[in-house]
Design a protein around this ligand. Structure first.
Ligand SMILES: Nc1ncnc2c1ncn2[C@@H]1O[C@H](COP(=O)(O)OP(=O)(O)O)[C@@H](O)[C@H]1O
Ligand SMILES: [Mg+2]
Length: 367
């Protein structure tokens, strides 16, 4: 049940100029292709504003706080904490590795917050390490090698095609059509390119042909799998591999953005659905996710699922990705946000009772 008096701070960190602000004045007729969607998408600030408004509709006393890379903002927040922080921080000082430290800071100050604890946040940032952990717990994930320099022997033991990704990025950074390679010279060239742009470690992974499924999971004691999202790549030009590249995901000025569609719920056989759900839940548990997460999977023709990565702090834009799945299950945006908030409110530390000194402590102190 909603504690309507609960005060919620939607916490985020935004300092850069907004790319989506800049494309506000781009004329769609100059793109050279027919855009399927509006190219004037919401800015980052507008997205956070929508979350605040929806939480208010859900009955909370919500407000937004932008960290602006300023530790003092965080210190002020913990000095007079809200009942719960809705944690949407993804980086600090441009460093995604500090995402988990912000959560850790809240933990140390016993401020309840939504989403995963620091350990899951940092584990999942390290894609290679997360795969290692998943494999050890029987979660299927594509075969891979982690490279610490731009070299790989010709006999690397993996089967082509392969995909080369930076190991510590997310949101498809460094994933382009050229990421998929079909032979050794192509592999070497791509490794060198990724190494130059992102540095080590680099993840070289077997490319899983087949369907792409994104699975939203939420809950803690008995996490629930929301309706599964499938990506339809059939409108992509023939020379573009069926992947969600950076441009397909984020760049409304690129044709790919307008040629990849989602279907929710994905049409899956009973067997496929059972296996996908099982793999997603196993990955959620193995990586220590809490409250909610989105898992990216591929499914082979033989119905074998492979977990590509776990996103413990996924995009929560209304109507897309995690929220598309929630909507399909019958949860409006504000309902879904309320449920996530309530999961965190349930973890609020009990207020400390002023303690009467017992005899033994009194004598210990005295002695
Ligand atoms: N092993 C793989 N097989 C097939 N496609 C892949 C594989 N790894 C990545 N991709 C494609 O690249 C996209 C981005 O990769 P992902 O591992 O999810 O990283 P991120 O989303 O953090 O950039 C995936 O959604 C998928 O389309
Ligand atoms: Mg992904």
């Amino acid at each position: 049940m909603t504690d309507t008096s609960a005060r919620v701070v939607v916490l985020f960190n935004h300092v850069d100029e907004d790319e989506y602000e800049k494309i506000r004045h781009v004329d769609p007729s100059t793109l050279g292709f027919e855009p399927e969607y509006d190219i004037h998408v919401a800015t980052v600030m507008e997205e956070y504003g929508e979350v605040v408004k929806a939480l208010r509709r859900a009955g909370f006393k919500a407000r937004a706080v932008n960290l602006r890379d300023d530790i003092k903002v965080l210190q002020r927040l913990v000095r007079r904490p809200p009942d719960v922080v809705f944690n949407m921080v993804e980086h600090f000082r441009d460093d995604p590795e500090l995402e988990s430290d912000v959560a850790g800071f809240l933990d140390l100050h016993q401020v309840a917050y939504t989403g995963s604890p620091p350990f899951a946040l940092s584990l999942c940032r390290r894609k290679g390490l997360a795969k290692h952990v998943m494999l050890a717990q029987g979660v299927p994930t594509p075969r891979y090698r982690i490279l610490l320099d731009a070299k790989i022997p010709r006999r690397h033991g993996l089967h082509y095609p392969l995909i080369v990704k930076p190991s510590r990025e997310d949101a498809s950074a460094g994933v382009e059509r050229e990421s998929v390679v079909y032979d050794y010279p192509g592999l070497l060239a791509r490794i060198e390119h990724v190494f130059e742009d992102y540095g080590p470690p680099i993840l070289v992974e077997e490319f899983i042909e087949g369907r792409e499924l994104h699975v939203a999971v939420w809950g803690n004691d008995e996490p629930e799998v929301l309706p599964i999202i499938e990506f339809d790549f059939s409108d992509l030009p023939a020379d573009v591999p069926n992947i969600i590249s950076y441009d397909a995901k984020w760049n409304p000025l690129k044709e790919e953005f307008h040629r990849v569609f989602t279907v929710c719920p994905a049409r899956l056989s009973k067997r496929a659905l059972r296996r996908v759900r099982q793999a997603a839940l196993a990955a959620y548990h193995a990586t220590g996710c809490r409250d909610y997460a989105r898992l990216d999977l591929r499914l082979t023709k033989q119905d074998h699922p492979f977990v590509l990565e776990v996103n413990p702090n996924p995009d929560l834009t209304e109507g897309v990705s995690f929220m598309e799945a929630a909507e399909q299950e019958g949860y409006e945006f504000e309902d879904a946000l309320r449920i996530i908030t309530e999961l965190a409110l349930g973890r609020m530390p009990e207020p400390e009772e002023p303690e009467e000194p017992s005899e033994s402590t009194a004598s210990a102190e005295g002695g």
